[in-house]
Design a binder for this molecule. Structure first.
Ligand SMILES: [Zn+2]
Length: 544
């Protein structure tokens, strides 16, 4: 039992905007009231919010693990010693599993979604999530370049049943499309998708058909989270056209666009990009069925890691540095390129500016939420700085003055946008909004029955300072962090979806497996109990 007494509460999902009140926790959930002698935290003068929810990050699985190995030089300067509470580990842009859990918790985040797992690698992702303490985690399953699925789509086969089977087989939470069809096209030598109607060589499908078929399946199944789309042509100047075509193809269907900033460029391929953020904001404002996370670029070191192998090939040409590229048979590609974003670099400054434009121009904070696509646009550790950029106009203008001005002139940031996010709006873009978009009914709010995940901040004029060091972080009703120190580090839960599925679909899938995979269908589904120990099934078709 715990009473968080008399803090200023920001709980936008329940219409509470800075009201002074108590939040009562019992048995891992929020309750209406407690006996007056229950243990309490005196939160007078402090800000109380639900635990943070990260809708899009890369924290587990083979790409993340390979990225750790690719940059050993990052580890030397950021070593975590073993303590009575914590294991040892390393930090950098891609922290080790344990460090990832600790650092998210220290930041006040209690739920994280890994955005891209190749289904073949689900065991790896599950094993790493099991070693990522404190946070509850879910992962999205890559389905945008899956050859058996392509065949079923081409034949007009049972796509919904197959999507459900794949989620069940992997213990995944939702469906991710990365450059749908485009990774497979690249394997055949075509770098960019010229139109959504380009055909994937020899497979009889197009990006449009893949988008439509899978978005329809996700809606038919009533999955809590809409199809999560990383559009074709990421990073390519002029890709606004592709992004708008994608949104148009998905009109009337629910869809979440990942890291929208990387898909908001005018210009022509091979030339300098420019910002087209305002048009995307306009589209989102007019389409309540669509949402996005921003994928903000933050200056400093980052590691790009993506199932979009062609993007990695392009980035590798730009950086000329080390990289890694891998083919996940029949399912997806994968590429990793370490990168540092620099203020004076035109493209980096433009990307930074576009992310800010999207956040500052957006009229509905529930549908344009915060992410850096960790660690692609920067580490999740930079969220407090991003929050300050949104809340503090003077600080923002000072920062705008430091970066490449040619780039800034290609944005509307030079117009001295006067918007300053309120604490209530920050609570939306960092917890209430992501939880709602994910369909996690027990997360992102403090109403009765919600998970007892709460972050308490000391008021500080410097919002970066304030959000970087919560006063208390409570997970599942337990005080995990106090004054920037971890008090304990219990395991978090795996959040997986409970999609109805029919075993009979395996009769359809078996011949496709025989044709495409090196593994047998019987060995494919994850059944190892130790990987699924702490799994919580989130129902489909729930309230949104
Ligand atoms: Zn991502």
């Amino acid at each position: 039992m715990l009473r968080i007494a008399q803090g200023r509460v920001y709980d936008p999902a329940n219409g509470i905007d800075g009201e002074v009140r108590d939040v009562c926790l019992d048995g891992g959930t929020v309750v209406d009231d407690l006996p007056s002698d229950a243990p309490r935290i005196d939160a007078r003068g402090m800000v109380v919010m639900p635990g943070g929810v990260d809708i899009h990050a890369h924290i587990a699985g083979p790409a993340v693990n390979a990225a750790r190995k690719l940059s050993p030089e990052e580890h030397r300067g950021d070593v975590l010693d073993r303590t009575a509470v914590t294991r040892s580990g390393t930090g950098g842009t891609v922290p080790s599993t344990f460090a990832t859990g600790y650092r998210y918790a220290l930041l006040g985040y209690t739920t994280v979604v890994d955005a891209a797992t190749p289904p073949l690698a689900a065991r790896h992702t599950l094993a790493e999530l099991r070693d990522t303490p404190i946070v509850d985690a879910a992962f999205l399953v890559l389905m945008g370049n899956n050859l058996p699925l392509f065949e079923l789509i081409r034949q007009g086969g049972p796509v919904s049943e197959t999507v459900a089977w794949w989620l069940e087989a992997t213990s995944g939470y939702g469906v991710k499309l990365v450059n749908p069809g485009g990774v497979e096209m690249w394997k055949h030598g075509n770098r960019n998708v010229t139109s959504l109607d380009d055909e994937v060589e020899g497979l009889g499908v197009t990006p449009r058909r893949v988008l439509e078929a899978i978005a329809t399946a996700v809606d038919e199944l009533g999955l809590p989270h809409p199809v999560h789309v990383h559009c074709n042509n990421l990073g390519v100047p002029g890709n606004l056209r592709t992004t708008l075509d994608t949104l148009e193809a998905l009109q009337g269907r629910r869809a979440h666009l990942a890291h929208l900033q990387f898909h908001a460029y005018g210009g022509t391929p091979g030339k300098r990009p420019r910002s087209r953020a305002p048009e995307l904001v306009e589209h989102l404002d007019a389409h309540p069925e669509h949402s996005a996370d921003v994928g903000q670029v933050m200056f400093g070191p980052a590691t790009t890691m993506t199932a979009d192998a062609p993007v990695s090939a392009m980035l590798r040409e730009v950086t000329g540095g080390k990289w890694l590229n891998a083919d996940l048979e029949a399912e997806t590609g994968c590429g990793i390129v370490p990168l540092a974003y620099r203020e004076r670099n035109y493209v980096h400054a433009l990307q930074w500016g576009i992310g800010l434009e999207l956040l500052l121009l957006s009229r509905d904070p529930w549908r344009v939420v915060l992410s850096t696509d960790h660690p692609n646009g920067g580490s999740f550790l930079s969220y407090p700085r991003l929050i300050r950029l949104l809340m503090d106009r003077e600080f923002r203008n000072e920062q705008i003055g430091r970066v490449n001005q040619k780039a800034i002139r290609r944005t509307v940031l030079g117009d001295d946008l006067d918007r300053e996010y309120t604490l209530g709006e920050i609570a939306i873009i960092t917890r209430a909004g992501p939880a709602r978009l994910l369909g996690l009914a027990a997360k992102g709010h403090l109403g009765v029955g919600a998970d007892a995940d709460v972050t308490v901040y000391s008021e500080h004029e410097d919002r970066e300072e304030m959000f970087a060091r919560p006063r208390f972080v409570i997970k599942g009703g337990r005080v995990i962090v106090e004054d920037g120190e971890l008090r304990e580090a219990p395991a978090g839960d795996l959040l997986r979806v409970a999609a109805d599925q029919d075993e009979a679909i395996e009769r359809t899938l078996r011949p496709l497996f025989e044709e495409h995979y090196s593994v047998q269908l019987a060995n494919y589904p994850v059944r190892e109990p130790w990987l699924l120990e702490r799994a919580r099934r989130i129902p489909v078709g729930g309230e949104r």
